[in-house]
Design a protein around this ligand. Structure first.
Ligand SMILES: *Cc1c(COP(=O)(O)O)cnc(C)c1O
Length: 404
């Protein structure tokens, strides 16, 4: 791959015009959109409107002028990205909170089944929340096993299988339909975490017959730091499953101000408290871009970007831990090296922003909306050079920061 090869790919790239819809700093090659998506140009104006007009001028009247329906409205915009119907997705809270609600609801759904099964090495919050959720349900327990032992861990005590669809570290991707079918065959419900999948790979919860799913909006969806997360509940479960965090926004009639809790119909019952409107405004503006692209085009470009970095990594002698088959991975590439932390810092010092995942992984996010093939080629050249010249050995690259 040469710079000219990369430029030729850019010339034929149908997504290339979208780059200008993002506000990226000059001189930065941003390969961390899988951790915090870049700023869409439309967002600052949307935030300013939400603050000065909606809040400043309209004041509390804005609740009836669009604010109160934001969780459902944004859910309906995310729904096509996961293959759900508009009324099967709601936005609010965090991925962690949605996980808690979904796990407890699933455990209460069938009291004869007491075990939640998940994967060792899953994203930490998924396991931490599962640990906390089972502690809230009498008799419930969490069983965490290696990927190879997952299928064997499902039995007639399994209430829920909780898996992260694309692994945050390696980018390995589970087969959505096959694992959902395995959970169902054991009589369990399936809860997917799509935090590293939504906006990264094509998803179809309807075809897979998934029961529950959660996911982040501040990664590939570019909703902004801490943007509210989404929850999907298949329509067939919406009457039976109840939100254990029974707040007033999920009540059938919040403004009846009743003492007793009665869950709202449909997805609104999964709300807890007052939605964060400024965060919703940012996310809503960011979601506009997705109406213009299809996930098949994204996936094709993601695969091409991956190949460029896989070649550079191989030339540098780095060991790639992400699957070679594009159908079996997400939209990032990870390399394992003893000096991965120092390597990440050396790249950042040259304006190539990726991240480090302990203990030994360099992770580079591939976001087809705003990265060109040439950008990724240049990042690969820097990677090769830093490894070849051992620049990463500079002691300043070993200083640890709070967020890696
Ligand atoms: C990023 C991520 C989260 C983040 O959860 P928050 O509640 O937003 O902090 C959860 N799960 C997975 C798999 C993630 O990748």
């Amino acid at each position: 791959m040469t710079r000219d090869d990369a430029r030729a790919l850019d010339a034929a790239d149908p997504l290339a015009p979208l780059h200008d819809r993002f506000d990226l700093p000059d001189g930065i090659l941003y390969l961390d959109g899988n951790s915090l998506g870049a700023l869409p140009r439309a967002v600052p104006a949307a935030l300013a409107d939400a603050a000065t007009r909606q809040w400043g001028e309209r004041l509390i009247r804005s609740w009836n002028e669009g604010w109160i329906d934001a969780p459902q409205r944004l859910g309906a915009r995310i729904a096509p990205l996961i293959g759900a119907a508009a009324d099967e997705v709601i936005v609010g809270d965090t991925t962690s909170t949605h996980l808690f609600k979904a796990i407890v609801a699933a455990l209460r759904h069938d009291p004869a089944r007491r075990t939640v099964v998940s994967e060792a090495g899953n994203f930490p919050t998924d396991l931490h929340i599962a640990e906390g959720a089972v502690a809230c349900v009498p008799g419930a327990r969490l069983r965490v096993v290696d990927r190879a032992a997952l299928a064997g861990a499902l039995d007639d005590d399994t209430a829920l299988l909780l898996l992260t669809h694309v692994h945050y570290k390696t980018a390995e991707r589970f087969d959505l339909a096959a694992w959902t079918a395995r959970a169902h065959a054991a009589g369990a419900l399936m809860l997917w975490d799509f935090s590293h999948s939504v906006g990264a790979v094509p998803l179809d919860v309807t075809a897979a017959q998934a029961d529950l799913a959660v996911g982040c909006t501040y990664k590939y969806l570019n909703g902004g730091p801490g943007a509210p997360a989404f929850l999907y509940v298949a329509r067939r479960h919406q009457e039976a499953l109840v939100n254990p965090v029974s707040g007033w926004m999920g009540h059938a009639e919040p403004f009846a101000f009743q003492d007793g809790y009665r869950p709202a119909a449909g997805m609104r019952r999964w709300l807890v408290g007052t939605p964060s409107i400024l965060a919703m405004a940012s996310l809503e503006a960011a979601l506009d871009l997705w109406a213009e692209v299809d996930m098949a085009t994204i996936a094709t470009k993601s695969a091409a970007l991956f190949d460029i970095l896989a070649q550079a990594g191989a030339a540098a002698g780095l060991s790639c831990v992400s699957p070679a088959d594009p159908a079996r991975r997400g939209s990032h590439i990870s390399f394992r090296a003893d000096y991965a932390y120092e390597l990440t810092q050396a790249l950042i010092a040259r304006g190539v922003i990726g991240d480090f995942r302990a203990p030994d992984v360099l992770r580079l996010g591939l976001t087809p909306l705003y990265l060109s093939h040439e950008d990724v080629w240049q990042a690969g050249e820097q990677l090769r050079d830093i490894v070849a010249t051992e620049t990463w050995r500079d002691p300043r690259f070993a200083e640890r920061q709070a967020v890696t």
